[in-house]
Design a protein around this ligand. Structure first.
Ligand code: 8YV
Length: 318
């Protein structure tokens, strides 16, 4: 049986599935793998199942038998794809199975920002509820508001469906390529990035992290947004220039932000972004429901089977 290095704990069913087909080097401990064990596992691995490990030149050099790496995530910005191509290593990800779950979280952040959910939860629990000043508790409407989606992939479509059919929102999108079929099916409108920023009440980031999308939202873009608008990020932290965002929040260029992702994760407790009342923060849980994380782990395992045993790769990224 080919050897697969698994660098994280898996649901038992997924482990059993993998053991039917592979010999496992299985690191399921909470603490980080030590260098010696890592090098030993890499030395003999034909496949790797991971979720955020950098697959770079250094790792590829240490893994002479490696043929395939499967990530339990849809994002694969931790893959150095050109280097993997050079070493003849196939990369795979887990699309589709998380679309609805991530879309649900995007709606959660939007609604949470609009109706000040976290702020007001603290307010009630801290015994501050009084009728005298309840105007401060007023939010803004999500229904019929303008939503601008940056990155119209499968998750973007899932959000657009919720926004249009559930909340009667007007949805515009900006994407590398135009999607006429999605426009027709869902009634979304294509727009330039400038136009989207200037007209949206919620600007939602859903792009993968690439050289082109790194710091896509910076000072200039934040200044283009409405003063009443919220920035929502469920993609990758690096699509936003965080110091520009801090400036925008301080100078009130925008109304607030809903963030699931950050430049550095976990976010350090003293990070300036955490000091703002009107920034809703979550710990990168876009796809984190029991059911979806299970499907993602199983698909990650099946991807290795398809490539290494069945020789019919699926969900390839290179
Ligand atoms: C991952 C994610 O599951 O799929 C992605 O790209 O960001 C998450 O859903 C996360 O990286 C942990 O595995």
């Amino acid at each position: 049986k080919p050897i697969v290095f698994v660098d994280r704990p898996l649901p038992i069913e997924v482990k059993i599935y993998l053991e039917e087909h592979f010999q496992l080097d299985y690191w399921d401990k909470q603490e980080k793998i030590d260098q010696e064990t890592l090098l030993l596992y890499l030395e003999r691995a034909t496949g790797i199942l991971t979720s955020g490990r950098s697959i770079d030149e250094r790792l590829l050099q240490a893994a002479p038998q490696l043929k395939a790496v499967s990530t339990i995530s849809v994002g694969y910005d931790h893959f150095d794809v050109p280097a993997m191509d050079n070493y003849g290593v196939i990369g795979m990800n887990t699309p589709y199975v998380l679309d609805d779950t991530v879309a649900d979280l995007a709606m959660t952040l939007m609604l949470g920002c609009a109706r000040k959910v976290a702020q007001l939860d603290r307010y009630v629990k801290e015994g501050k509820w009084s009728f005298a000043d309840n105007r401060k508790n007023f939010g803004i409407d999500v229904h019929h508001a303008n939503l601008g989606i940056i990155g119209m992939g499968r998750i973007g479509e899932a959000v657009a469906r919720r926004a249009i059919f559930g909340f009667s929102m007007n949805v515009t999108y900006y994407n590398r390529t135009r999607k006429p079929d999605v426009e027709e099916q869902l009634g979304v409108t294509y727009s330039s990035l400038d136009q989207l920023l200037a007209t949206s009440d919620f600007v939602l980031l859903l792009t993968p992290l690439t050289k082109e999308t790194y710091h896509l939202i910076g000072r200039e873009q934040l200044q283009q947004m409405k003063k009443t608008a919220y920035l929502i990020n469920v993609s990758r932290g690096q699509t936003v220039d965080e110091s520009a965002l801090i400036e925008a929040l301080t100078k009130e260029w925008i109304a607030g932000a809903g963030l699931d992702v950050y430049n550095q994760e976990p976010v350090p407790a003293d990070h300036p972004l955490l000091q703002f009342e009107h920034v809703l923060t979550l710990p990168h849980i876009g796809s984190a429901t029991e059911a979806t994380r299970f499907k993602m782990a199983m698909l990650g395992a099946q991807n290795l089977y398809q490539t290494l045993i069945a020789q019919t790769p699926q969900n390839r990224v290179n």
